[in-house]
Design a protein around this ligand. Structure first.
Ligand code: ADP
Ligand code: MG
Length: 681
């Protein structure tokens, strides 16, 4: 990247000792640009001196006066009290932490300034300030005309050390206006904005100017992020890949063998995928659709296009359970039409793996299904042309990276059941093309949702027993309660024991994150085979699992869970034609937000509506999570409140990327100098 123009800013900070360098590095400051972006967390107004009489209790102010007395007082705790007066009123400065020689420094008659929050005095005392900032005024120092910035810091790094370096960085401000001047005409230039923020004047404080400076900073950050996404989009879409055209052989056979017809929605997204893979460049498409919207069959069709062109295709799922299910179902579907499907996961024995590796290498295996084990370095494909990634947000960035690191550019189809409102998705996944299924296939029986106070737990157990006697199957989910896997597990085990006692005669199973993959799969298999009637689970079952005979979902502590997660869990039932119920147990009393959230889940069945509500209540930051995006964290802009800004930033980024590619490069390197690897994702 071309760093010529801003090398001064990206240069390591000069004039700084190695010890200080370490301390600055610890708070993420390595360059002058980092310093400029280290904007004050607050300001202190040392621009004025107030009359003691004029300052109100509770306000933060600077006063000035002559010392009347200084004495160490032995009250409940030892304290140094210094009384000063400006001729009209007396104020007491109180210090709880002080060195013995402090008292002698406050000589009677000396003039000092003190800054801090003014409190009502104790006992007979008038106003007081606890631990004020004090400076002596024997030489009458000038008052500053800007606020004093207070910077975020860590142990060992002093305010004045930061202030000194920031002053130095501010000398380089004329180098940072690299975006075209006329582009963002309604906001101040970034140099002006940063100057305002570091050197705020009393006149600007909390005014439009202050606000606009902040907005400009956020805008530039969002533009930088959008530019990265554009860049990623460009890079990805430049990759050469295999031209795949539907030949209506295997795809036709599969369609003919299905007990249902694809919905218009499914046909539409399939058309979008077909158009992508018919091009000689790599497809990077996100297929989003609510739980149960039928994404799997769409992905299977796309994979078959690869196969009918003589290539291999793979589908990767985030958990062993889910991958196993894909395997079982896909195998059933495809064996009938003579296609070799293989299963690959970490739980295979070395010998089994060897055989599978061999089949993959020779091309005997046409469709490969598994966990991320598919992309271990030992796996060599014969001619992989398409890879589908289910529940893509569950995979870490590194795992997605390893797809590219293989040196092959298969078409990529990402799938997600966490529907993200369209505007947000378009901005947030700007590196992907998006296809959306927004209606479920017909013939689903709606799930009845009930909210029950956990005080009525015994009644719920009784109801479950009754349903078991009618041959229904039940999920009982104990979600994450503490941020501790052990407590979480204990909670599930307790419930398991309780249900075993309470449901005498019916088989209860337990599945949780600590089980080995094979153990998990075997419990799940017993459940899907109907050998277990009640499955107690931690949230491991959240994604994708499909057991049509399961018609009851009980979720404990629903008040603590995210709406989208609840919706996903609820989507585990209602898969067959039986009437299904979701029982949300909650622990009262509920706060306002919890009530509002549960009301949303109670009243709505559409994942997009729920996601929108979730967005309104929690904001997109929570909804998306940083992990899912794989992007550098936003420091200034906040997706919860700055969504309109994001839309504007997207427009600006588009202009910059297309009209000023050199500036785009420079701007990205300025903002994300240390995070260029994100471009590779
Ligand atoms: P998800 O989008 O959550 O992955 P699935 O692909 O697992 O959903 O589909 C859910 C269920 O819907 C499956 O049992 C599948 O066979 C069924 N299904 C998919 N498409 C249709 C359709 N067009 N008509 C009826 N049922 C369908
Ligand atoms: Mg699925």
């Amino acid at each position: 990247m071309n760093l010529e123009n801003n090398s001064g800013l990206l240069d390591k900070i000069k004039n700084i000792t190695p010890a200080l360098t370490t301390k600055f590095s610890a708070i993420g400051i390595n360059t002058y640009w980092d310093l400029l972006l280290h904007i004050p967390i607050r300001y202190e107004d040392l621009t004025k001196v107030y009359n003691i009489t004029d300052v109100k209790v509770g306000s933060v102010a600077q006063i000035e006066g002559e010392i009347l007395s200084a004495a160490v007082i032995n009250k409940r705790t030892k304290q140094l009290q210094v009384q000063i007066t400006d001729g009209n009123e007396i104020i007491t400065l109180i210090f709880f932490h002080f060195y013995p020689n402090y008292a002698s420094q406050y000589q009677i008659g000396k003039k000092i300034r003190a800054f801090g929050e003014v409190k009502a005095g104790f006992g007979m005392m008038g106003k007081s300030i606890i631990h004020p900032k004090v400076q002596s005024v024997t030489y009458t120092p000038n008052l500053s005309n800007t606020f004093s910035p207070i910077y975020g810091t860590t142990n060992g790094l002093k305010q004045n050390q930061i202030v000194k370096l920031v002053e130095e960085a501010l000398l380089l401000l004329d180098q940072i206006d690299i975006l075209p001047d006329n582009l963002i005409a309604n906001l101040p230039k970034i140099s002006k904005a940063l100057l305002t923020l570091h050197k705020l004047t009393p006149k600007e404080f909390n005014t439009e100017a202050h606000n606009e400076a902040l907005t400009r900073l956020k805008m530039d950050e969002l533009i930088a992020q959008q530019l990265i996404l554009y860049k990623a989009y460009e890079l990805k879409h430049k990759n050469e890949s295999t031209v795949l055209k539907p030949r209506a052989t295997y795809t036709r056979m599969l369609l003919d063998s299905l007990p249902y017809k694809l919905t218009p929605e499914q046909t539409k997204v399939l058309g979008e995928i077909y158009a992508d893979i018919a091009k000689p460049t790599q497809m990077n498409r996100l297929l989003q659709g609510d739980v149960g919207s039928g994404k799997t069959i769409v992905a299977t069709m796309a994979m078959l296009v690869a196969v009918e062109n003589g290539y291999q295709a793979a589908i990767m799922a985030p958990t062993e359970i889910l991958a196993q299910q894909h395997y079982t179902k896909t195998k059933q579907l495809l064996q009938a039409i003579g296609i070799e499907v293989v299963w690959l996961s970490g739980s295979l024995t070395t010998k089994q793996k060897k055989m599978v590796y061999n089949d993959i290498k020779t091309g005997v295996a046409k469709i490969i299904i598994g966990t991320h084990a598919i992309f271990q370095k030992d796996v060599e494909f014969n001619n992989l042309a398409l890879i589908a990634v289910d529940e893509q947000h569950r995979f870490g960035v590194e795992q997605r990276l390893s797809l590219q690191a293989k040196g092959i550019n298969p078409h990529q189809l990402m799938m997600s059941a966490t529907p993200i409102p369209r505007t947000l998705a378009m901005s947030y996944y700007a590196d992907l093309d998006i296809s959306t299924i927004d209606k479920l296939p017909p013939g689903r029986t709606p799930i009845k949702t009930v909210l029950i106070n956990s005080g009525r737990r015994l009644e719920v157990i009784k109801f479950v027993a009754e349903m078991c006697s009618k041959n229904s199957q039940v999920y009982w989910v104990c979600p994450l309660i503490e941020e501790s896997e052990n407590l979480d597990l204990q909670n599930a085990i307790n419930t398991f024991n309780e249900l075993q006692d309470g449901l005498n005669g019916y088989r209860v199973g337990l599945v949780h994150g600590k089980l080995k993959p094979t153990e998990k799969s075997s419990v799940m298999k017993e459940f899907s085979d109907g050998k277990i009637q009640v499955l107690v689970a931690t949230t491991v079952i959240e994604v994708g699992v499909d057991v049509p005979n399961a018609s009851i979902m009980v979720i404990e502590h629903s008040e603590r869970m995210g709406l989208s997660q609840l919706h996903q869990l609820r989507g585990r039932v209602g898969r067959g034609s039986i009437d299904s119920q979701c029982i949300l147990l909650y622990q009262g009393p509920l706060g306002e937000i919890a009530k509002r959230r549960l009301k949303v889940i109670y009243e709505n069945n559409d994942g997009f509506v729920i996601a929108n509500e979730d967005l309104a209540i929690r904001g997109p930051g929570e909804l998306l999570g940083q992990k899912q995006s794989g992007l550098p964290a936003l420091r200034f802009a906040n997706l919860d409140t700055d969504l309109p800004l994001l839309k504007e930033a997207k427009e600006f980024a588009k202009i910059i990327a297309t009209k000023y590619p050199d500036i785009a490069k420079e701007f990205i390197s300025l903002w994300f100098n240390s995070s260029e690897h994100f471009l590779m994702v």
